[in-house]
Design a protein around this ligand. Sequence first.
Ligand code: C5P
Length: 208
Amino acid sequence: PPSLVIAVDGPAASGKGTVARALAARFGLPHMDTGMLYRAVALSLLRWGGDPDSEFAALRACDAIGSLIDDAELRSETVGGVASRISAYPAVRQALLERQQEFAGQPDGAVLDGRDIGTVIAPGATAKLFVTASPEVRAERRVAELQARGMPVHYPDVLLDIRARDERDSHRSAAPLKQAADALLLDTSMLDREAAVAEAIRLVEARL
Ligand code: C5P
């Protein structure tokens, strides 16, 4: 059978990770959460004490991400904030490109989720989903997730942070967050986890 490449893009806490993992399980494909690569660069930079305002420092941090890929700290808000900043640097995006394209090029195919999978990493993907939800719904989800992990949270701060990250991710010049022309829109604002997954499977199957 031809390889099946599924691109899942969308903003923070839209449900794209949940959808991507479920699609990978449903179609028996390997899955890559590409945000983890940017988070690993951010964590490497933070640990080493490099300056996040320096593209050169961020590029150097790309060399040291191998050992950080499973680190528990990757999911923290601090790391996410720095990841959002360093991901605007073209040199960082370029340094992470080959790893993602190799993953997408596996013989059976793959599911990748991120911001620019359908537009830059795998423009020829079999199916592209753009998963979104209102900022308020996404902030509520992030609050629940952080609370479940025992972290202190304040809804207004989380909402501000989500809006700031959307703004940065959508307005940077290098590979901004943007729905590909041929991507299918999945708005999860009114959907629970099961309904979002069922809809995603339906949308992908319609492309086969
Ligand atoms: O999805 P996640 O919140 O883990 O991503 C962290 C940051 O990495 C995002 O805010 C975004 O700026 C960046 N990112 C990106 N391109 C991707 C995946 C993530 O720029 N493909």
